[in-house]
Design a protein around this ligand. Structure first.
Ligand code: ADP
Ligand code: ADP
Ligand code: ZN
Ligand code: ZN
Length: 923
């Protein structure tokens, strides 16, 4: 670790940073804040982290470096006192579809070890433990007998019938054995052979002996027993001479006529062919009869044909059978499937003596597939369903015969983490198991504890990593880092509070403080007030964004912040500026209604969502917000509009004023494009008009340049030396790639003849170099009809606060917040003309400062005023307080959530005692 007290950055000039000097204290928690686009990431990730990485790679051998190398030195005068850097970003951890919360946190690896060493195997038939004996077990048994007791060591003789008695006995004689035991009598083999008596069954006598408690005799017993196991193909019998009591032992892993596999870590590895489920080959799902296709509308009763497979004249017979008999076992045929108990619903599938259940019904159809109409019918109900053998855990079935305290590894990975923690930290183990668990178990429980500390107790270990939200996966990474307890490192986090309800922010802060107290330097890019209060140091970058930002406007602790001048952060925190609370809430009579939502943790809920309003869906993380909106409302609306998108598995029903919705848009935080060839102007489609404008100019017409000539993405007018990139990338062995401005076009991306075409004294490259605000002013002054069109398209970019971006700035360099606002702007651009759209936003405040949020809300309102509808999933109280209607889901996460806790206005929510959101909302 560096002896310096500070990380010292001199002259940082990355992106928009204005040659700034910054000192960040070691061993402290520093929050970097500021508007979106002010330069926070440029400082934290592109300067500090990049330099940490670069130094790390430089420290490797030159051999290793040629595979890794290629990192640019961030543009600074110097950086001193930097520690090894660990960046924890919001990226979803892994694209490997088989990665789960358990594998990515290594918890599953330790569970495999624990189960292979301390697990006990039970027969699924009798539930008895399957035990196999070792030679030591038998010797230990002998040592419990009385000194002087006489006994025999035997083993069964195999192959008497197959080989023939005479041949077999002769073979044994040749091996040097002399006696066998037949019906409790010891006989001499030679005598048996001579007497020619026929025997069916016999045991071979390996040894006759007298109990003596000494080390030498133990050795001798041990030799005989292991010989018995070998000769007896895994079986050995001890017989006491006095009463002929038989004590059988087996070193085979068998019981109830089944052979079992001895546990080993790979036995529990679902990513390995050996451990993978045999039925679904490790996919977790199989093609089978899909319940959601058999009963698509769960608001219907059996009587009203909820079971579509039993509709119609022929198949209706099966329904009739049930309806007629229902009284005998009290089955409510008039009750909606939704409202049946689990047992009643199971009965529909399993049937009883009075009627044929669905399982048997489909089995029957399957046996009839030689008839085409049955084949067609079956195919209608087939879909992807959870694998019945492994319940989606992808693990071979027999791995679950192994249990610890009555739970299998599958039981554990399907529990919410908090439950798994409670179970594993109170295991009842014997002394032997305790010694085994001593090293493994803390590795598991500590990691679980960290995951709970960062508010993820509602997840399961089986949850696929690629279904996690960015915030969840960042917090898992954080917990994993804590588990490995590195010290003296620099941790850089990007808005770890994303996706976290304010209720859980304090726990996250505690975790960050722990990380710091272990001796690490913690740097967090954040906008949350609570985070700032918890920081040792706040670094406010600003004053505004882009070219108007890039300076340090304040550095100090939360107490000193109010004194800062020229800091928007300070203005909002002190209340000098405020996001205004709307004076009136919209009251819309139009709404959509969802009935019977029961995906994941949702408890069969019904909910109404007003249209032409700002609706906020709130609740603690894991309560079910995304499930309701992403997996039910969005796909169902798409389905209604005739677009694909409805996954099988959705059994909810939607009604209400759906016909008022003409389009639906899901606006998430994904970047708008990784290509260096798109930019804000192409995204709002203004570039087409700009090119057209150039094609209309006199010289262009004379030379025959069409609009496409002014594109840098296609051959024609662009510089062919750099393919319109404006720069040439030179790969250097052992060194970072070098980006050089293209000499032919001087970085202007076009041929010189293209640039000869000017519109009001600007050529196409000049336009791309302008910032968006200036471009707007330029086109506003124009008189062409196209100017007006362009202005209409660019204006929204300025409205959402992106006026500082360069017209030609490549999309791949935009921050998440910028990308989301460009999407928003592209919808605003359609304005009044657009079809009435339902917009769904998933945490649109990600990366946004108070000041940005204020603009965002104005943009939302203008969309609604144009007749559109908005649903936002949010934790941010500034947005929630501006909503017309709130749907609060909870009360807790996971199984303890999934209910609608509250619906109504913010004023009503504040009074709702049972809602956590209500407790944190201030009006
Ligand atoms: P913040 O993290 O505060 O939201 P950033 O550091 O991401 O802001 O961005 C600061 C400014 O630098 C913005 O104007 C952004 O568009 C610009 N910028 C970011 N990355 C690049 C890049 N790779 N090339 C050019 N400009 C960039
Ligand atoms: P929120 O959006 O409120 O944070 P979610 O809707 O993501 O909550 O999660 C609600 C519950 O459903 C949680 O217990 C979560 O673990 C579970 N869940 C969400 N998505 C999936 C999925 N793809 N597979 C399994 N369980 C899921
Ligand atoms: Zn399976
Ligand atoms: Zn060029």
């Amino acid at each position: 670790m560096s002896k310096q007290k500070f990380i010292e950055i001199k002259g940082a000039r990355v992106h928009n940073l204005k040659n700034i000097d910054v000192k960040i204290p070691h061993g402290k928690m520093t929050v970097i804040t500021g508007l979106s686009g002010s330069g926070k990431s440029s400082l934290a990730f592109d300067t500090l982290y990049a330099e940490g990485q670069r130094r790390y790679i430089e420290s490797l051998s030159s051999y290793a470096r040629q595979f890794l190398g290629k990192l640019n030195k961030p543009e600074t005068d110097y950086i001193k006192g930097i520690s090894p850097a660990i960046a924890i970003e919001q990226k979803v951890i892994s694209s490997n579809p088989r990665s789960t919360v358990g594998t990515s946190t290594e918890i599953y690896d330790y569970l495999k070890l624990l189960f292979s060493r301390a697990g006990r195997t039970y027969s699924p038939i009798t539930g008895e433990e399957v035990i196999n004996h070792t030679t030591t077990d038998v010797v230990n048994f002998l040592s419990t007998l009385q000194e002087g007791e006489r006994f025999y060591v035997l083993c069964p003789i195999a192959g008497l019938e197959e080989i023939g008695v005479e041949r077999k006995l002769n073979l044994l004689l040749q091996q040097g054995f002399q006696r066998i035991m037949v019906e409790n009598e010891i006989l001499n083999i030679q005598e048996v052979l001579d007497s020619k008596v026929n025997i069916k069954k016999a045991d071979l006598v390996i040894d006759r002996n007298v109990i003596e408690h000494s080390e030498e005799s133990r050795m001798r017993y041990s030799d005989s027993v292991s010989l018995a196991f070998t000769e007896g193909k895994g079986e050995c019998i001890i017989v006491l001479a006095t009463n002929l009591e038989r004590h059988p032992f087996s070193n085979r892993f068998e019981l109830d006529g089944m052979e079992f596999t001895e546990p080993s870590p790979v036995f529990f590895a679902f990513n390995n062919p050996f451990g993978a489920c045999k039925k679904c080959e490790g996919y977790g799902s199989v093609i089978g009869i899909a319940p959601q296709l058999v009963i698509p509308d769960r608001s219907l009763s059996v009587f009203d044909d909820a079971i579509v497979a039993w509709k119609g004249e022929v198949m209706g017979e099966y329904k009739k059978q049930l309806v007629m008999a229902a009284r005998k076992f009290d089955f409510p045929i008039h009750r909606a499937i939704n409202e049946l108990t689990d047992a009643e619903e199971r009965l529909l599938w399993e049937g009883n003596q009075h009627f044929m259940g669905l399982n048997e019904f489909f089995k029957f159809l399957e046996s009839q597939t030689y008839k085409i109409q049955y084949r067609v019918m079956l195919s209608r109900y087939r879909g992807k369903t959870e694998c019945p053998d492994c319940k989606g855990t992808r693990l071979r079935k027999d791995a679950n015969y192994v249990k610890i305290n009555h739970k299998s590894i599958t039981d554990i990975v399907l529990m919410p983490l908090e439950e798994a923690y409670a179970f594993l930290s109170t295991l009842d183990l014997n002394d032997y198991e305790k010694t085994i668990a001593k090293r493994v178990l803390p590795e598991i429980t500590n990691r679980l504890q960290f995951l709970m500390d960062v508010g993820l107790g509602y997840l399961t270990l089986n949850r696929p990593s690629n279904t996690l939200s960015g915030g969840e996966s960042q917090r898992i990474n954080l917990a994993t880092s804590l588990g490995s307890s590195l010290v003296g490192s620099m941790y850089i986090l990007d808005e770890p509070s994303i996706g976290l309800h304010p209720r859980d922010t304090q726990r996250l802060i505690k975790v960050l403080h722990e990380l710091r107290d272990l001796g690490n330097t913690v740097i967090v890019v954040e906008h949350e007030e609570e985070m700032m209060n918890a920081a040792d140091e706040i670094l406010d970058i600003g004053p505004l964004a882009g070219i108007f930002g890039g300076e340090v406007v304040f550095q100090g602790n939360a107490k000193e912040l109010p004194k800062a001048k020229n800091s928007l952060t300070a203005d909002y925190l002190t209340g000098k500026r405020m996001i205004p609370i709307p004076t009136k809430r919209r009251k819309s009579n139009n709404k959509i209604i969802v009935n019977g939502a029961r995906q994941h943790n949702l408890k069969n809920v019904n909910v109404e969502i007003p249209l032409q309003s700002l609706v906020c869906v709130t609740g603690v993380s894991g309560s079910g917000k995304s499930t309701l909106i992403r997996e039910i409302v969005y796909p169902m609306v798409r389905n209604f509009l005739g677009e694909a998108g409805l996954e099988a598995g959705n059994s909810a029903k939607m009604s209400g004023d759906l016909k008022l919705i003409k389009a639906v848009e899901f606006v998430d935080q994904n970047p708008i494009g990784k290509s260096s060839r798109s930019n804000p102007i192409t995204y709002v489609k203004a570039f087409d008009d700009i090119r057209e404008l150039f094609a209309r100019q006199q010289i262009a017409k004379i030379r025959g340049y069409k609009a496409g000539f002014f594109s840098y993405n296609v051959e024609g007018g662009r510089c062919e030396m750099c393919d319109g990139e404006g720069e040439i990338t030179v790969g250097m062995q052992f060194m970072a790639d070098v980006h050089l401005p293209c000499e032919t076009c001087q970085g202007k991306r076009f041929k010189s003849e293209t640039l000869e075409v000017e519109y009001r004294e600007k050529n196409i490259a000049d336009i791309l170099e302008m910032d968006i605000q200036s471009a707007l002013d330029f086109f506003k002054a124009g008189k062409d009809l196209l100017d007006k069109k362009i202005v209409e398209k660019i204006q929204p970019l300025v409205d959402v606060g992106l006026g500082y971006l360069k017209v030609g700035q490549s999309s791949s360099t935009l921050s998440g917040g910028e990308a989301q606002r460009i999407k928003l702007a592209s919808f605003l651009a359609k304005g009044q003309k657009a079809e009435k759209t339902l917009f769904i936003f998933d945490e649109p405040t990600t990366g946004l400062h108070f000041y940005d949020i204020e603009k965002l809300i104005i943009a939302f309102n203008s969309l609604i005023d144009a007749g559109h509808s908005i649903i936002v999933i949010e934790h941010n109280m500034e947005v929630i307080k501006c909503a017309d209607w709130i749907v609060d889901i909870g009360p807790e996460a996971g199984l303890k959530g999934g209910e609608i806790v509250f619906t109504g206005t913010p004023e009503e929510l504040v009074k709702c005692q049972s809602s956590y959101t209500g407790k944190y909302l201030r009006l």
